[in-house]
Design a binder for this molecule. Structure first.
Ligand SMILES: C[S@@+](CC[C@H](N)C(=O)[O-])C[C@H]1O[C@@H](n2cnc3c(N)ncnc32)[C@H](O)[C@@H]1O
Length: 238
């Protein structure tokens, strides 16, 4: 069982919304663009793409039929959004169709990321763009109250837990070189900046504590955690 619920995904999507808005503005299309939401989960983001990118049609796809059912049962379903059951490593699209593709916390969960990136590249039209928002848990900061505010050093327990679940915890920092090696051009990237508040830190620590407990991993609960989240934007060559 994966450690994310529709509620968790929706809260996570809310926190990264300003970065997605920046990414949507990176390209302007003279026609109605077709966009794909890679691993759309419970549909936290697909309707937003349809609203933010003018005249777009969005295909959200995911490998998890339970999450897709949640997305499709959304009461105010946007008619520009279509959901499909599909594996990013073997996409069912037989033609080059997409102007824009987004991965939000999906690449880290895909077994063979390079294969998925190749499939997406094959689905993108020339000059189509790919945007990703993905974390790197290996670059995190954990502060502890006991032992007089020492900082934890790697390996972090959360990295062990995610690896056991089959995720690649350092995906965010790997994507720029992955995309460069696949001959995407204009590869730009950065790290999201956060404003912390005690409530959000507490709920993040609580959700990690549960995950680590479920995985039977010992963890001295920190007072503060920070995980760098990378955004990457790249264009498919002509
Ligand atoms: C952390 S969730 C993110 C969901 C969504 N992008 C969001 O931000 O709300 C990761 C998603 O990736 C999907 N996923 C994992 N491997 C996949 C694959 N090979 N093909 C398609 N989706 C996949 C999972 O089912 C899950 O919905």
């Amino acid at each position: 069982m994966q450690p994310y619920t529709p509620r968790f995904l929706s809260d996570q999507a809310q926190r990264t919304k300003p970065t997605r808005q920046y990414l949507y503005q990176q390209t302007k299309w003279s026609h109605a663009p077709l966009c794909i939401d890679i691993g759309c989960g419970a549909g936290a983001i697909s309707p937003e793409i349809a609203n933010e990118i003018a005249h777009s049609t969005v295909i959200g796809f995911d490998i998890d039929s339970n999450l897709l059912t949640k997305a499709m049962n959304e009461p105010n379903l946007n008619h520009a959004v279509h959901y499909v059951l599909a594996d990013a490593m073997a996409l069912p699209f037989r033609r080059v169709i997409a102007d824009f593709a987004l991965s939000h916390f999906t690449m880290m969960w895909i077994q063979d990321r390079i294969q998925a990136l190749k499939e997406i590249q094959n689905t993108l039209l020339p000059n189509g763009s790919l945007a990703c928002i993905e974390p790197d848990y290996t670059g995190r900061i954990e502060l502890h109250k006991i032992h007089s505010h020492i900082q934890s050093k790697p390996p972090f327990p959360i990295v062990t837990a995610l690896t056991r679940l089959g995720a690649d915890p350092c995906t965010g920092s790997q994507l720029p070189s992955d995309l460069t090696s696949l001959a995407f051009h204009d590869v730009q990237f950065g790290v999201l900046s956060w404003t912390f508040n005690s409530g959000s830190i507490r709920s993040e620590i609580k959700s990690e504590a549960k995950l680590l407990q479920d995985k039977g991993i010992d963890w001295t609960e920190p007072t503060f955690i920070y995980t760098p989240i990378f955004w990457v934007h790249a264009t498919k060559s002509r």
